[in-house]
Ligand binder design. Structure first.
Ligand code: SF4
Length: 250
């Protein structure tokens, strides 16, 4: 299994879930490496933005694109070793995040089954960009999907970011909650288009302000909160940004 490297080990840490339906729940985060998209504002670009690729990122400067050396950013471990690291923590709400964790769906299915054998109290959430369907062996173990489809503000082309089969799967799945990162009022129109196209229930949509600092979040929340009220969407904050800023591994 390919995980994001943090220091000498994999990026596995305990924190409060920062976003979505279970915001505030003590959780263990398992950050997998690799992604099939390339969002310009991605805050985990060390999982995909490799040297010698053409992707643009907001952290680029005119002379120096901010790139990462793949061999330095990935740590490969078997599922038994990953499980051992996870179970050292107290929380049993376990969050598979990335990157795009469903690129390694089969490995995650093995990990989830192994963890449940060791401790049946484990509960699993998957954070996904909604472009890949989970394999059935993994789906059987997942209590909650936090699906974050990307909009045009991400810099991905429509065919890259919108995979009808995958979005339709999550729209039908009652364990899937959609969280959209909204940077401006025009983004709301894109949300409504996707919602109508895939018949996503309004009650399973959260809108979150875009921002990597508490000030930015507060400023955008001022106009997003009334829009949520007006259109009947749940408002979602980003607790981890308020608590820790854009620090990694917390
Ligand atoms: S889908 Fe997520 S991990 Fe992948 S590039 Fe976009 S924000 Fe980053």
């Amino acid at each position: 299994m390919k995980l994001a490297r943090h220091g000498t080990g994999p990026e596995i840490f305990e924190s409060l879930q920062g976003e979505g339906l279970s915001m505030g729940v003590p959780s263990v985060f398992v950050r997998l490496s690799l992604c099939n998209l390339h969002c310009t504002w991605c805050d985990t670009a060390y999982t995909w933005n490799w040297t010698n690729t053409q992707y643009r990122h907001v952290n680029d400067t005119p002379d120096a694109p901010r790139k990462y050396r793949r061999e330095e950013e990935i740590i490969e471990l078997d599922c038994e070793s990953v499980a051992e690291l996870i179970l050292k923590f107290r929380a049993r709400n376990l969050i598979f995040t990335g990157g795009e964790p469903l690129l390694q769906g089969r490995e995650l299915a093995r990990l989830a089954a192994h963890l449940l054998r060791l401790d049946p109290a484990c509960r699993f959430e998957v954070e996904t960009n909604g472009t890949l369907r989970p394999p059935p062996a993994l789906d059987a173990h997942i209590a909650q999907y936090n699906v974050s489809p990307k909009l045009s503000n991400s810099g991905n082309s429509p065919t890259e970011r919108e995979k009808p089969d995958a979005i339709a799967f999550f729209a039908r799945c009652e364990r899937a909650w959609f969280k959209f990162v909204v940077a401006n009022a025009a983004d709301l129109e894109e949300v409504r288009t996707l919602q109508n196209r895939y018949d996503i229930p309004q009650s399973r949509i959260l809108l979150m302000p875009e921002g990597t600092s508490p000030d930015e979040l507060r400023e955008k929340s001022r106009w997003l909160a009334p829009l949520c009220l007006q259109h009947g969407y749940r408002f979602g904050d980003r607790l981890h940004v308020h608590l820790y800023g854009s620090k990694r591994g917390v």
